[in-house]
Design a protein around this ligand. Structure first.
Ligand SMILES: [Zn+2]
Length: 283
């Protein structure tokens, strides 16, 4: 099983996790810029973090043959802190970098006017830089937050196919399915989606435009739940090809829209990565 985790926060994980992920079949991943738990008080703290996402983490991942990419953005939670607003001005510089394959995580936390403003500004940046957008949906008031998210995406003028609306569940997937946006699911231990529930969603909606991630971070999470989802799919009667589509070809197709996905050096077997031919314009 080859796995591309399209949303995982490796900054919060140990090197042992990289080792276990590589052994489980994870060959590539995307690490979205997010909230680190401790609120940042100035834009310089973001600069250092963004630099680690394009420098240190790709280096750390490469030790295990894993290709690391990232998304860059001002997360919804810190969009509410006026001291962090300056970060919007730093983004264009990062959005021009090779390893950056989308703008994100964007979207809503508490659905405040400040979040509205920062969300719209960053969707405009995605359009301007011709990059996909990774959109986080709120954990509270999820259904209303998802509908409002889809409205903002529509108003922005971005192509729906360039957007993944993430952290969906059985309640919210239906409204995103008809929108043309990609549907992201974070598989967590205990809460939200489980591997078996994910297999049931795939049975109902099919594999098209669906991305499955572990979203592993500093909270209770497990970077191997992508593998567990592949196993749950097989147990539910899906084929190896279905699993490969969901866990590899779909994320490749979505992020290749950046024109920057580089999977050539994942494990020294470039022939195994035919999906990379989808990439628009190479590096
Ligand atoms: Zn995240």
């Amino acid at each position: 099983m080859r796995i591309f985790d399209p949303h995982i926060h490796m900054t919060s994980r140990t090197t042992d996790d990289y080792e276990r992920m590589a052994a489980a079949g994870v060959r590539a991943l995307v690490e979205p810029a997010f909230w680190l738990g401790q609120p940042r008080t100035n834009a310089g703290a973001f600069t250092d973090y963004f630099d680690s996402l394009i420098g240190w983490e790709p280096f750390r991942a490469a030790q295990f043959g894993i290709r690391h990419h990232c998304t860059i953005g001002l997360n919804p939670k810190e969009a509410n802190d006026p001291r962090c607003r300056e970060v919007l001005g730093l983004l264009p510089r990062y959005l021009a970098k090779d390893g950056v394959v989308a703008v994100g995580e964007l979207g809503y936390d508490s659905m405040t006017p400040e979040e509205d403003e920062v969300f719209a500004a960053q969707l405009a940046l995605a359009v301007e830089h011709e990059l996909p957008a990774l959109v986080h949906t709120p954990h509270r008031d999820k259904h209303r937050g998802t509908l409002r998210t889809l409205d903002v995406v529509k108003e922005s003028g971005i192509d729906a196919g360039m957007v993944v609306v993430d952290h969906l569940n059985e309640v919210t997937v239906g409204s995103v399915a008809g929108s043309g946006c990609w549907m992201g699911f974070s598989i967590y231990p205990g809460t939200k989606m489980s591997p078996d529930r994910m297999a049931a969603v795939l049975r109902e909606y099919g594999p098209e435009r669906i991305l499955v991630n572990s979203a592993a971070d500093w909270g209770r999470s497990d970077p191997l739940l992508t593998l567990a989802t592949g196993q749950a799919m097989l147990a539910a009667g899906f084929t190896d090809d279905d699993v490969d589509r969901v866990l590899w070809r779909n994320p490749v197709e979505f992020y290749a829209q950046s024109g920057r996905l580089d999977l050539s050096a994942t494990d020294g077997q470039p022939d195994a990565f035919a999906g990379n031919s989808i990439a628009r314009g190479g590096n």
